[in-house]
Design a protein around this ligand. Structure first.
Ligand code: SF4
Length: 393
């Protein structure tokens, strides 16, 4: 008889703050769709949030309720998906320990996210032992424009364009460091903890504790999932087969840029949050950068470099084609374009914010406790199998 049970999906987020429109366009919209098709476990990854800064435990704890409130407000349904807190299910830590014996240190050192963090840290500390060749940035047009503003004594515009060029340069240099740095080139800074190095093992434990069969990820995260697959295969080979080998569910995440043109992130202070009231949305959209080359209303613009356009693309499907055409043709000014986006965002986000506010702390806590209780039932069963597989009955 054909099996008609739903496949298991595990996905999670670190509780680092309230959700912004980038989360909504990427992860959350996808989660809402998946909860009807799969048996979903959505994890509040609080242990993960400590791997790069153990001192922020209090802040992480305070962020949990706000994050889950936003999940519920956008439509994550606790009747369909299990919403649980990682630290309420201690079996994550036990499976992490069992898996940590199956992974070599060199394998973890090769993990791309670890290399990225290492590069960031080295940059912050001013490590200079790496040889780095950064190709010239193509910013001649922008530089000409800055000089023009300076000549015209428009200091405000000159500064804004300069900061957009600097941000682009920073991102490109960081990307180069990440790709080109080799681990032999400099010592590993003391700030790199054992927990940070081992976080992909904890991630493998998160997925396999629920026997996750499918993991929704972007193509850039495939190397992480590969480590989970290796651990599952090794465990099944060394002991007895317990775990499925999870498959990626490749998901396209629409590009949403922050108001300064960099990746939208709370830490860059460039995000529009789902909980922002209309006057804050207005202010943030108004102060957002656009295409720095479109100076006058009738200059033709380049929507592909404009954060405002990327948001129109995701949240204003009806008008986006016309906006793109009019921008390129120099028929639409940035002020009008921003006003249109502001109205769309206010219309979209107001009901979400109101729904989020309608949950009391106690409602949210109860949902998290109940989800964690359900998750723990599954986790305990898996750990019994794991202990049996390792040590026998
Ligand atoms: S008209 Fe709109 S899409 Fe074009 S550059 Fe201005 S804000 Fe961006």
């Amino acid at each position: 008889m054909a099996e008609n049970r739903k496949k298991v999906i595990l996905s999670g987020m670190r509780p680092t703050g309230r959700m912004h429109v980038g989360h909504l366009a990427g992860v959350l919209t996808n989660w809402i769709r998946l909860q009807d098709e799969y048996e979903c476990y959505y994890e509040i990854a609080d242990w993960h949030a400590l791997t790069d800064d153990p001192a922020r435990a209090k802040e992480v704890n305070e962020n949990v309720l706000g994050m889950v409130r936003d999940w519920l407000a956008v439509g994550i349904d606790p009747q369909k998906a299990v919403i649980f807190r990682q630290s309420y299910v201690p079996e994550h830590a036990e499976l992490h320990l069992a898996f940590s014996m199956l992974v070599s240190v060199p394998r973890l050192l090769r993990n791309p996210t670890f290399k990225e963090k290492l590069a960031e840290l080295r940059k912050k500390k001013g490590y200079t032992r790496m040889s780095l060749k950064v190709e010239r940035l193509d910013v001649e047009d922008e530089v000409d424009q800055i000089l023009r503003f300076v000549r015209e004594e428009d200091e405000d515009k000159a500064r804004r364009m300069l900061s957009s060029v600097i941000n682009r340069a920073k991102d490109e240099v960081l990307e180069k460091i990440t790709t080109e740095v080799s681990l032999d080139e400099a010592a590993i800074p003391a700030e790199i903890s054992y927990g940070l190095l081992g976080y992909p093992v904890l991630q493998a434990a998160d997925i396999l504790l629920y026997k996750g069969e499918v993991v929704p990820i972007g193509a850039d995260q495939l190397p992480h999932l590969e480590l989970t697959r290796e651990i599952a295969r090794d465990f099944n080979r060394i002991y007895v087969p317990v775990f499925p080998i999870p498959e990626p569910l490749l998901t396209e995440t629409p590009k949403i840029l922050g108001t300064d043109g960099r990746k939208m992130s709370k830490s860059y202070n460039n995000a529009i949050f789902l909980s922002d009231p209309p006057e804050i949305i207005r202010k943030k959209v108004r102060s957002s950068i656009t295409d720095p080359m479109k100076v006058r209303r009738n200059d033709p613009g380049r929507p592909e470099v404009c954060p405002i356009f990327h948001m129109h693309k995701v949240f204003n499907g009806e008008e986006v084609d016309e906006i793109e055409r009019a921008c390129r043709a120099g028929e639409l000014g940035c002020v009008a374009c921003k006003n249109r986006l502001t109205e769309v965002l206010i219309e979209k986000l107001t009901p979400i914010r109101e729904r989020a506010e309608s949950y009391s702390d106690e409602d949210v806590l109860e949902i998290v406790r109940e989800g964690s209780r359900k998750a723990r039932e599954v986790a305990e069963r898996t750990m019994e199998e794991v202990r049996g597989a390792i040590f026998g009955p």
